[in-house]
Each structure stands twice: as structure tokens, then as C-alpha cells.
Design a binder for this molecule. Sequence first.
Ligand code: CS2
Length: 492
Amino acid sequence: MSDRLNEDSLADLPEGVRRPAYDRKAIKTGIVHLGVGAFHRAHQAVYTDDVLSQDPRWGIVAASLRSPDTYDALDPQDGLYTLAVRSQSGEALRVIGSIRQVIVAPREVEQLLEAMSAPQTRIVTLTVTEKGYCHDPATGALNESHPDIVHDLEFHRTPRSAPGFIVEALRRRRAAGVPPFTVLTCDNLPSNGRTVKRVLTRFAELVDPALGRFVADEVFCPSTMVDRIVPATSDQDRARIAQALGATDAWPVVTEPFTQWVIEDSFPQGRPAWEAFGAEFVADVEPYEHMKLRLLNGSHSTLAYLGYLAGYETVADTMADPAFVRLIQGLMDEEVTPTLHMPAGADLTAYKRALVERFRNPALKHRTWQIAMDGSQKLPQRLLGTVRDRLRENAGIGRLTLGVAAWMRYITGVDEKGAPIDVRDPMAARLREIADRAGGSPEKLAADLFSVREIFGDDLPKDPRFTKAVIENLARLYGQGAKRTVAEFKAD
Ligand code: CS2
């Protein structure tokens, strides 16, 4: 047996390992994906792997927009990798075959553009994280001074950014008389389809006004809600999975049993029948998106900042503390749920109950530090939109503002014991400068952070109900630490 997972070793895998139920050689490329991280490989690539057993048109060419790491892992494996679904009752392994090829965009610009421009490519999917859209998180507009956008507008034939690649490929298709692909964003952005459409249209308009009109009129960007918890793969995972496979997989992905995908059904060029494998097609994704971003991601970020500060390494560790469970349940029930407007039949109580169980899953080592990344890009849709809705109703925001305050305490870059925090955020340098200037004063730290318009907009800093609550919570975090603040938390 080969010691590496690949086409040759597939047949020798142990019986319990599920593998592609189709002939990989017969597959065509129908989808180009940008951002081939763990999330894509545990979510869209899995639904598509299922579809390929019925319809060979939808193979994926996946690109990394930055590092060659995934290529280095998957290329020697013929694109194959293991999906490990973990719960308390064990681990199920499945080899996924839907990714036909991995491209490293920075060194293969032309190859990626060719794949995107090919007539048989009908859909371009994206998981490039919030910051990959090069937009202003508070307004959702293209950030025209973003260095990658400045570069891509000047050299639009050799782009670097996701919007740059998409618009250049659309330009080529239009020039060649090939209909545009559908752009399917699978990131946790508010109204993600509309946001990506706005960003692409503006970018295209800056390249050429006629191209801008073309994007506005003819490119479809359905919104989606995607959900599956996918922690970063650890070396322990690699070793355990290699043992079970009897072959090495350089980059398996580890996830939970739960998975959900809600998609707006507007694909004029056709689409895979993902609904045959659990995806839901609906007319309006927004209620589901609010439910997920506000309940799941809002809780996640709150748990991540507070849990990290309290010394908890993972979400499951944080959820083993009953005071944190109480806080999160209160956040969901009292402060988030009243802002949601779900279609008839949606069972929020069951959804929230399942969420608490998912967060508790001890088989997933989802680090609080991982979720804490990129807070400047996440806060607006996870917590601040809910805050705005609550303020409009003059309703309580005690827990929401504790989450915001915990983020502020976290980005100071020094934890409660005086040890450094490795803050990863596209705004890290600016945030750190603000924190250093504040010199440990919660009032000054909060006031200066409120002035970061890209996060808080123009309205929230002017609302004393919001600013006062954040400052009070921040003062508590400084004064008594996160663990005690959560243990003694009382909503007003
Ligand atoms: C997490 C999400 O890292 C994060 O910020 O909140 O990636 C979360 O695990 C997914 O959205 C779950 O669907």
C-alpha cells in the first residue's frame, strides 16, 4: 500500500472509510472555487461530492489566493482528502473527491483566469473570509483604498484579490461572448450575495463603466447561509487519521455532524442539485442568515473573547463553565431572538438547543483564539446589527455589549496575567496603537475604538445607551477579570 492518500491507494483503504462513489476521470469542471480552506472542504465540496455521484458536470477547480500550503498537501494526493466527522460517539471518515485540481493564484494567475473564463464553468464559489471582499465592514462598500484593490485596478489583467479575479474573468467572458458565471459567496457576511454584488459592480465600474453595467445587469449573486463548525486541523488529528486510514493525509479536515446550507435559487446558467443532499433552496435567505450570524456567530465571538480572557483554550472548555452557558443562553433568548423574524415552521428553540450542544462537543478542539481572529471584520454582522435593532426598540443590550467590551479588552494584546495575545486582524496595528495610547483606561480605550468608523459606523458612537454599557462592561473586565464578570453577570 502506498503511504500517501491518492488515487492509487484509494482501493486499499479500510472498509469503513467512505470514498467517492463515481469515476473521478469522468468528471468535468463546472465550479471554480476561490479560497480553498478547511471550511470549503468540509462544506460545499462535500455537498458537491454527493452530487457528482449523479451528475459529472460539477467538479471543482479550487484556488488558494495566498499560500501554497493546501496545494502542497493536496496535489500529491490527486486532490483527495479525508473528512473526519467527530462527535462524542466517535469519528466517521470519508474521502472526498470533488476537488479536481488546486491552483495557487499568486503564481498561476493566468491558469486561474482561464479556468474561470472557460464556458463550462457555470459557478464561482467563494470562501475568502470576511476580509477577502476588501470592503468596508460597516457599510458593505468596496474599500477603494485597500492595497490589493489599488493594485488590481491598476493591473486588472493580473489581479490579486477575489473581486479582482472575478471581474477580470467576467470581462474576458463578456469579450468572448460567453455568459457570465453565477457568483456564490459562502462567507459569513451580512446579505452576502448583495454585498458581493455591490463590491463587484463598483470594482467593474472603476475598470470600465460598461463592464460595471454588465455586472449590475447580468451577473447573479445569490445569497447563502452556510453553517458547519470546522476547527483548524491539528497534528494530533493528522496522526490519528493516518493511523485509521493506513495512509498519510497531509491535510484532512475535521468537523461536526451538523451541516446546513440555505441558498437563494437564482442560477441562470444552471446548478448542481445540491438539494438532493440536504441543501435548502429558498426565495429569501435573509431570515436564516440573521438567525445564524446572530445566534451562532454572535455567541461564538462572545465566547471566544470572554473564554480566551478567562483562560479557556477551546469553546468546549468555555462551555464546561456553567456561568458561560447561562450568559450565552441569556444572550440568545433575551437579546438576539426578539430581533429575528423567521418564516413559519422554523423552530428557533430547537435551533438554540442544538447550538449549545454543538458548542459543547468535546470531540472538537475549536480554539477560542481561532474564532477571535479578524474581530474588526466580524463584529458588525455578529453583534452590532443586533445592538442596532435592540436600541431601536429601547431594549436591553447588556450581554451584547459585554461581547463588544471583551473584544476591546482582547485587542489590547495583553491578557489578564500580563502575557501577550497574538492578535490576528487586518486592523491589528491600528487597534494596538489605540490600545497603547489608552494606557489601561477603559474609558479612553472604548472612546478611541468607537471612532473606528469602519466597525461602529457613525451612529453607535453617538448613542450613550450603547457607549455607556460598553464602557461599564469593559471596566468590569479590567477590574475583576472575565471569569468573575461572567459569573456575576446580571442583565439590567
Ligand atoms: C466561527 C465560524 O471562526 C469563526 O469566527 O464563528 O467560523 C463558525 O464556526 C462557522 O460560521 C460555523 O458555521
